[in-house]
Design a protein around this ligand. Structure first.
Ligand code: ZN
Length: 253
């Protein structure tokens, strides 16, 4: 569902046990997660969140005792199974003030497989009062059994997301999925870039890769981009840079 559909359902107090919120911008994902949380704890009348009840006010200030956000220990690290098990234990406890407790998992696509399996167990038998909100840039990194137990909310791309980040996204997605043919296609426009365009592309790829690739792929990509930057500094043309990326990111050699 899209964001307006979500708002409509929340307003009608139709709250699901589990959501995946997906979109390219982390702030947008956090905002949508916070909206679900407010609607879930709202004790006012009429459309939720009412914005004026005690629960809405506390949620708005970020001090509601029944809303928690689970973050990764560090950027680049994964959510561990211990962290998800601890979350499950907390979710089993009755809420303090609201009728529901809300558990937001930031960067849920960075749960390792063990952690995802622990999450799955939780979603299979969710406590009656608990709502889980998984924020994920790339929901395809979640196992299908987790995905199928959640309502997916897809956020629109940000206005002004320019062509270059789109090209960066296409390359990263093709590389991440191991689809070499898609990689060839995604790299084709790179040949036409000037130096400034290349620099922008490399920057966008770095930013995006951190959010959507696993550690092994990330390392490989990062090495490749280091090489590409060296070529750019040496004034090598874009065709060569594109060739280098293809040669080094291709899975079948
Ligand atoms: Zn309220």
């Amino acid at each position: 569902m899209d964001i307006s559909e979500l708002q409509k359902r929340l307003a009608g107090r139709r709250i699901f046990h589990a959501y995946i919120v997906t979109g390219s911008d982390p702030e947008d994902r956090a905002r949508a997660g916070a909206l679900i949380a407010r609607a879930a704890v709202c004790s006012g009348a009429g459309a939720a969140p009412c914005g004026t009840c005690r629960d809405c006010v506390k949620a708005q200030k970020g001090v509601h005792p029944d809303i928690e956000t689970v973050r990764r220990e560090e950027k680049g690290k994964e959510h561990t199974v211990d962290s998800i098990r601890a979350l499950r234990a907390r979710a089993g406890i009755m809420p303090n003030e609201a009728e529901k407790s809300v558990h937001i998992i930031e960067d849920a696509d960075f749960m390792n497989l063990q952690a995802q399996n622990a999450m799955l167990k939780t979603l299979e038998e969710p406590p009656e009062h608990a709502v889980f909100v998984l924020l994920a840039e790339n929901p395809l990194k979640l196992i299908p059994t987790v995905r199928s137990r959640c309502e997916t909310v897809t956020l629109p791309p940000r206005a002004g997301e320019t062509e270059c980040p789109e090209a960066a996204e296409a390359i990263i997605n093709a590389f991440g999925s191991g689809d070499d043919l898609a990689l060839v296609r995604a790299l084709a426009p790179v040949k036409k870039l000037d130096r400034a365009g290349l620099a922008e592309l490399i920057g966008a790829m770095r930013a995006r890769a951190v959010r959507s690739l696993g550690p092994k792929e990330l390392l490989k990509l990062s090495d490749t981009l280091d090489e590409a930057e060296k070529l750019c500094a040496a004034n090598v043309n874009a065709g060569h840079v594109s060739g280098l990326m293809l040669g080094s990111l291709c899975h079948t050699k």
